[in-house]
Design a protein around this ligand. Structure first.
Ligand SMILES: *Cc1c(COP(=O)(O)O)cnc(C)c1O
Length: 371
């Protein structure tokens, strides 16, 4: 039987083994484990890649979000507007600052925050909107920025799934006031461990992130504020710097894979495919379809054929027990709730072959018509 993985990090490693090994050796030989030239070099290259003035390496996407919000001065008494259809870390970061997350339902066409519902959630306490470029698909940022401007609130981008995604000639992570990226191994740009990045064009915010991530210290053993140990280490930076050179090609391969999925599945009845918004280019961190048939049965059937799949995400954030104290209940966000029961994420990574995609699509077809 054929086997189609959901992601195959080994396949990617094999294509860059030599370059990686050389850079890892350099880190060890120079003992540049914390801070130093590998971190500085990668930060500069990532800033250039995003088209942004400042990029500060941090320990994860979650710490990037936490620091981004903290650098804006967001905390107790503030509210942050966030989509309910996201990975839990987006919301955790808000809670960790002491601010209150205020959920918004999803747009049924592009899976991102329902922009037309944002303004009704703005109160005197709203400090920021935190849109998520989910699955690698950019949020329609001009509309979000217009709302933020009207109400004089910040925009924090969660770009953890969207390294390199384009919007109106810019890259995500350079559009709002500040942004967060994750280098979790399975992301489009993944470390060999944990890692993250904060990007911004604002020097004051960048400065704050710089000392907050390192115990609030502006000079060794002189601490301006109480900070965190949220540093990105030299080894991960050296690995990420090598991988960054390949990211444009890898993103292009993901787009090709997505196009083939779309071509093969577009006429299948009872299957809804992802679409892209105008003036934007998704980097397809995930390719997520919706099905009318029993989702769990279809997943099981695909599994029997050797085809892996995922759920992103099975429970919308407002129904997670972790957030029960926020007081939301079933029925509050009908679109996200309905969607969570219908979705399947298909195998998606740059090295996925046309053969594997064809095999997967054949069985999705036979699976949904099986009834
Ligand atoms: C992965 C992810 C995060 C968190 O990143 P970590 O590096 O795992 O902390 C936050 N938001 C979204 C949307 C993510 O996909």
């Amino acid at each position: 039987m054929k086997k189609v993985d959901f992601v195959d990090l080994k396949a990617q490693y094999k294509t860059i083994q030599q370059e990686l090994q050389e850079n890892i050796d350099r880190v060890i030989e120079s003992c540049a484990f914390i801070g130093g030239p590998f971190l500085n070099g990668f930060e500069k290259n990532f800033a250039d890649f995003c088209g942004v003035k400042h990029a500060i390496g941090v320990s994860s996407g979650t710490s990037a979000l936490h620091l981004a919000l903290t650098a804006l001065g967001i905390g107790k008494g503030d509210e942050v507007i966030v989509p309910v259809n996201t990975f839990i870390a987006t919301v955790e970061a808000i809670v960790h600052t002491g601010a209150k997350p205020v959920f918004v339902d999803m747009d049924s066409d592009n899976y991102n925050i329902a922009i037309e519902q944002i303004e009704s959630k703005v109160t005197d306490n709203t400090a920021a909107i935190l849109p998520v470029h989910l699955y690698g698909q950019p949020v329609d940022m001009d509309k979000v920025l217009a709302i933020a401007k009207r109400h004089k609130i910040f925009v924090v981008e969660d770009a953890c799934q969207a390294h390199g995604a384009g919007y109106n000639g810019r890259k995500v992570g350079s559009i709002g006031d500040i942004a967060a990226f994750s280098f979790y191994p399975g992301k489009n740009l993944g470390a060999y461990g944990d890692g993250g990045m904060v990007t911004t064009n604002n020097s004051e915010f960048a400065d704050k992130v710089l000392y907050l991530k390192d115990h609030g210290s502006v000079e060794k053993y002189y601490h301006k504020v109480i900070g965190y140990n949220y540093r990105l280490d030299g080894m991960q930076a050296a690995i990420l710097d090598v991988k960054l050179r390949h990211l444009p090609d890898w993103n292009e391969s993901r787009r090709k894979n997505a196009a083939l999925y779309t071509e093969l599945l577009q006429d299948v009845e009872g299957v809804k495919l992802p679409t892209e918004i105008d003036n934007a280019s998704s980097v397809y961190h995930l390719y997520v379809i919706q099905v009318d048939t029993d989702r769990d049965e279809l997943r099981e059937y695909l599994g029997e054929q050797g085809i892996a799949s995922g759920l992103h995400y099975p429970v919308p954030c407002h129904l997670q027990p972790a957030f029960s104290s926020l007081g939301y209940k079933e029925g509050d966000f009908p679109e996200s709730e309905r969607y969570a029961k219908r979705i399947i994420s298909l195998p998606m990574f740059p090295e996925l072959s046309p053969n594997e995609i064809e095999y997967g699509c054949e069985h999705i077809k036979s699976g949904v018509t099986r009834g």
